[in-house]
Design a binder for this molecule. Structure first.
Ligand code: 5AD
Ligand code: SF4
Length: 444
């Protein structure tokens, strides 16, 4: 049997896409390879959002060249495919620059991957970066295995055009899957063992899927329908835009217990001037009001966010406004990045770029504050009872690992029979990346 090795860069959308591509290739006779050296095919699923993604890809590809040469010397073959947002952005340029590459496939064409790989096995070097008329979701094979916690992609692309972001260019226009297709995939995942679903989309709360009743469902409505499914214990969704937090979605946080009390809601900056230059379509106070309303609906909700420091033109005062917003809201965790100019985006050509040392300094200050908030949030759980959905074996024998409602990683000594179910545990200590706990019945 032929073997496939997949390397995934970037976001959860890519993790989901890698799974779907793997499933499609399994049907064409590929089994998972333990390492690149064992593989007959290597798939690199790339990300273009920050940093020098293309450079990283080409250096990884450079390392694959000797592997490919060795395979050929031994009379074998190694197919190298590049997928994801760098594939979309660079297209045929990748084939020109890297002789190792046989297939380039953009995110909208993954259903064509088995045919492209077959062409590559016959010596062609196909490139597919169109936005085809047919939807890949209708063409990809049904889901195979499912973990206890599974991703479900419901929306792709983005029409927001934040001035720093490549997503509208690499992933294309906003597209929502029909509600029925989402419900069918959810039912299937639950039947295969999923107990928690995380709904995915670049702009997931812009969801507006055609429904069987002839109407259009927004995310709040979809969540209600999913929550009614027997066997499903938990729901989450990511990533959201503040301007799309509509009333129905906020309400469902208050009255649907399966929807977990944790929300990743990127704000990027606390300065109205910067938010406007980013084309974010809301002010800092709009964000604060949304958070207040979420907290009224669901008092124990915890927040996560993304921040960019050093956006072109960001002054000391603008940065101070970001710190003030962080202090005011209080985040359980967050991601923060130095602004990185992305070719083809409006902000990249501004002539008021912030010097690198200023970005470094601001990032350190912001991260210190966010880390302090995260430590305070996690520290508050010591001695408390929390629910954990056990997803997998832990690092040590006899341990299971899972997540709290607030997405904290938790491990505790527990029998395998507990996998896939929610248990109450007492938190003992906070470790760097997780909480150590004991089953409540044993702690009593
Ligand atoms: N520079 C820095 N960070 C960026 N992000 C997106 N584009 C850029 C960029 N050009 C960050 C945003 C977004 C997250 C996924 O990545 O914070 O929310
Ligand atoms: Fe990018 Fe998100 Fe803005 Fe869309 S809403 S352009 S994905 S940052």
């Amino acid at each position: 049997m032929k073997k496939l090795f997949v390397k995934t860069y970037g976001c959860q959308m890519n993790v989901y896409d890698s799974d779907r591509m793997t499933e499609a290739l399994e049907l064409s006779g590929y089994a998972p390879a333990a390492s690149p050296a064992d593989a007959d095919m290597i798939l690199l699923n790339t990300c273009h959002i920050r940093e020098k993604a293309a450079e990283k890809l080409f250096s990884d590809l450079g390392r694959l060249a000797p592997l490919k040469a060795r395979k050929r010397r031994d009379g074998g073959k190694l197919v190298v495919a590049v997928a994801g947002c760098v594939a979309q952005a660079e297209g045929a340029e990748i084939l020109r620059r890297a002789k190792t590459v046989d297939v380039v496939v953009g995110p909208q064409s993954y259903h064509r991957l088995p045919a492209l790989v077959e062409a590559a096995e016959n010596g062609e070097r196909p490139v597919e970066t169109e936005f085809p008329a047919e939807s890949k979701f209708d063409q990809l094979p049904e889901r195979g295995r499912a973990g206890v916690s599974a991703f479900l992609s419901i929306q792709e692309g983005c029409d927001k055009f934040c001035t720093f972001c490549v997503v509208p260019y690499t992933r294309g226009a906003e597209f929502s899957r029909p509600a029925q297709a989402v419900l069918d995939e959810a039912r299937d995942l639950i039947a295969r063992g999923a107990r928690e679903l995380t709904l995915l989309g670049q702009n997931v709360n812009a969801y507006h899927g055609a429904a069987a009743d002839g109407g259009v469902w927004r995310l709040g409505r979809l969540i209600r329908a999913l929550a009614a499914m027997p066997g499903l214990l938990r729901l989450r969704y990511t990533t959201s835009h503040p301007a799309d937090m509509d009333d129905a979605l906020i309400a469902v946080h208050g009255d649907e217990p399966k929807l977990m009390p944790f929300l990743h809601l990127p704000v990027q900056s606390g300065s109205d001037r910067v938010l406007q230059a980013m084309n974010r379509r809301h002010r800092a106070d709009d964000y604060r009001r949304t958070i207040d309303r979420l907290r009224v609906a669901r008092p124990d909700i915890a927040l996560s966010s993304d921040f960019i420091v050093g956006f072109p033109g960001e002054s000391d005062d603008d940065f101070a406004a970001t710190l003030a917003l962080v202090r005011g809201v209080g985040f359980a965790q967050a991601f923060s990045f130095k602004y990185s100019p992305r070719p083809g985006t409006p902000a990249a050509v501004r002539d008021d770029q912030v010097p690198e040392p200023v970005k470094v300094e601001r990032l350190a200050v912001l991260q210190a504050l966010l880390n302090e908030q995260q430590a305070r949030f996690n520290g508050g759980f010591v001695g408390r009872s929390v629910d954990v959905l056990f997803e997998k074996r832990g690092r040590h024998p006899g341990q299971l690992a899972g997540r709290s409602p607030w997405l904290q990683a938790i491990h505790a000594a527990a029998p395998d029979a507990r996998l896939g179910s929610v248990a109450t545990v007492r938190v003992a200590t906070v470790e760097p990346n997780s909480l150590a706990a004991v089953l409540a019945e044993e702690a009593a």
